[in-house]
Write a protein that binds this ligand. Structure first.
Ligand SMILES: Cc1cc2nc3c(=O)[nH]c(=O)nc-3n(C[C@H](O)[C@H](O)[C@H](O)COP(=O)(O)O)c2cc1C
Length: 218
C-alpha cells in the first residue's frame, strides 16, 4: 500500500512538469564552441523543424548570453551594441517549464509564469506551428523609455535595430551550438504581451521579436 502515494506523486509530477520550477535559476557560464564566425554565418538558415529534445541549461545560458550577456563587467556593456548604452532590451525565455526573464548582470533567470505556454505562444504567433515545436523560444522585448528619454522620437528606430543585433547573435550562437532557430516577426503584440505578463513589468515593455530555437530535425 505504501508505494501508491509514491507512484501517484511520480505520475502527478510527470503530468505537471511546470510544478517543480524554482523562482530563479543562476545560469552556468556560456559554453565555448570551436566554430568560426564564418562557419556560423555560412551555416545559418531559418530552421522550422525541431526534434523533441529539450536544450541543456548550458545551451540556454549560452543563447541568453549571446542575446544580452555582459561582456564588460566594469562598464556593464553587453554582447550586442546599444544606442548610447541605454539597453532597452529584455530577453524572455519560454520553455516547457514556464516563462522566465533573463537578468544580464546576475546572469540568471527568474520565473514569470509557471507551466508549458508554448501552445499559447504558437497561437500568439498566428498559428506558426514551429514556434510550439521548438523546446525554447527567446522573446526579445523592449522598455522604450530607457532609450527615448535620451533620443526622443529617434529611439524606436534604435530599438528595432538593436533587436536585430541581439536576434542575429542568438541565431549565430545557435549554429555554433549545433542548434537552429528562426526569427519570428509575425505575431499579435497584444497576445504576446498578455502571455508574458508585460503589463505587470516595472516599466512599459513591448514585444519585438520571437526566436524559437531547438535541435534541427534532419
Ligand atoms: C524581420 C523578419 C521577420 C520574420 N518573420 C518570420 C515569421 O514570422 N515566420 C517565419 O517563419 N519566418 C520569419 N522570418 C524568416 C524569413 O522568412 C527568412 O529569414 C527568409 O525566408 C530567408 O531565409 P533564411 O533565414 O533561411 O536565410 C522573418 C525574418 C525577418 C528578418
Amino acid at each position: 500500500m505504501k508505494k501508491y502515494p509514491i507512484i501517484l506523486a511520480v505520475l502527478l509530477f510527470a503530468a505537471c512538469p511546470g510544478d517543480n520550477v524554482a523562482e530563479e535559476y543562476k545560469l552556468p557560464e556560456p559554453l565555448q564552441t570551436n566554430r568560426s564566425i564564418e562557419e556560423c554565418l555560412a551555416g545559418r538558415r531559418s530552421i522550422r523543424s525541431f526534434t523533441s529534445d529539450t536544450l541543456t541549461t548550458g545551451q540556454i545560458a549560452t543563447l541568453l548570453w549571446a542575446a544580452q550577456g555582459i561582456t564588460d563587467t566594469a562598464r556593464g556593456l553587453r554582447t550586442a551594441p546599444s544606442a548610447g548604452a541605454t539597453y532597452p532590451l529584455e530577453a524572455y525565455l519560454v520553455t516547457h517549464q514556464g516563462i522566465f526573464l533573463y537578468h544580464p548582470a546576475a546572469h540568471k533567470i527568474t520565473l514569470i509564469k509557471k507551466g508549458d505556454k508554448r501552445v499559447e505562444l504558437t497561437v500568439a504567433c498566428l498559428g506558426q506551428v514551429w514556434v510550439g515545436s521548438a523546446p525554447v523560444s527567446i522573446v526579445l522585448c523592449a522598455v522604450p523609455e530607457r532609450t527615448s528619454r535620451r533620443y526622443g522620437e529617434r529611439a524606436m528606430r534604435y530599438i528595432w535595430l538593436e533587436a536585430g543585433h541581439a536576434a542575429q547573435n542568438i541565431l549565430l550562437e545557435a549554429v555554433a551550438l549545433d542548434l537552429g532557430g528562426v526569427p519570428i516577426g509575425a505575431f499579435s503584440d497584444d497576445a504576446v504581451s498578455k502571455l508574458l505578463d508585460l503589463d505587470k513589468a516595472e516599466d512599459k515593455t513591448i514585444p519585438l521579436y520571437v526566436l524559437p530555437v531547438g535541435i534541427p530535425k534532419r
